[in-house]
Write a new protein. Structure first.
Length: 227
């Protein structure tokens, strides 16, 4: 564990991979970088991720380095997508997520499974960062001051991250259930209207929606407990 943590250079912008930095600094080489990254991605997919993640769980620094090289760009993009903030802030989030990864990694069978789990780690870390910042600002606020009207930027970003997670889960949901949820919660349709649209009874529609929502809640609790 100590050897892995020693390999992390905290708050260092140079942790950006060569591909990411080249795309930022020289658009002219973007095409070649994309091709190079495609080859690296193909090579990464061929690795024995079960052995690598098992090695990480046992504190193997070399396995962690392999993970870092393959996943860092994904983690940075996810942090940037969720927060939309400057590079330094997103790197802080990624570093915290890497430390959390060291503590909680478990053997996984494939790169895809590892990538999905890593996105959850980054998302949870970003939400924790936003909540801490919000609490810190509230603790410094004048108690007599009038509360600001409407949600602030942090609250809006937290909600955006939650919606991103929901959207990701819905993409894996059966199309008919996804449509029911969309009509109910996006379009604001009543149970009666949805039932008439599909030729169902309102009670049947309500039951399907309730089960889908409970499944989403169950998945959220499961992902939180794994971190």
């Amino acid at each position: 564990m100590l050897s892995i943590m020693a390999s992390l250079s905290l708050h260092n912008p140079n942790n950006l991979s060569t591909g990411t930095r080249q795309l930022q600094e020289s658009p002219a080489v973007a095409g070649s970088v994309v091709r190079e990254n495609s080859l690296l991605a193909a090579k990464a997919a061929e690795r024995d991720w079960s052995a690598i993640t098992a090695g990480m769980a046992n504190g193997d620094a070399e396995c962690f380095q392999v993970f870092h090289d393959a996943i860092f760009d994904l983690m940075f993009r996810e942090a940037r997508r969720l927060l939309g903030r400057d590079e330094h802030t997103c790197l802080d989030i990624v570093q915290d997520a890497l430390l959390k990864t060291i503590r909680t990694i478990r053997p996984m069978d494939s790169l895809g499974q590892l990538q999905q789990w890593t996105r959850v780690v980054v998302r949870t870390t970003a939400l924790d960062w936003l909540r801490k910042k919000q609490r810190r600002r509230e603790s410094l606020a004048d108690p007599a001051a009038e509360p600001a009207a409407g949600p602030d930027a942090e609250s809006a970003t937290i909600e955006q991250a939650r919606m991103a997670w929901i959207e990701e889960q819905l993409r894996e949901t059966a199309p008919e259930i996804r449509q029911l949820l969309s009509l109910r919660y996006r379009m604001g349709w009543t149970l009666q209207k949805i039932a008439g649209h599909f030729g169902l009874k309102p009670g049947a529609v309500d039951g399907r929606i309730r089960r889908a929502v409970e499944e989403l809640k169950k998945q959220a609790r499961l992902e939180s407990s794994e971190l």
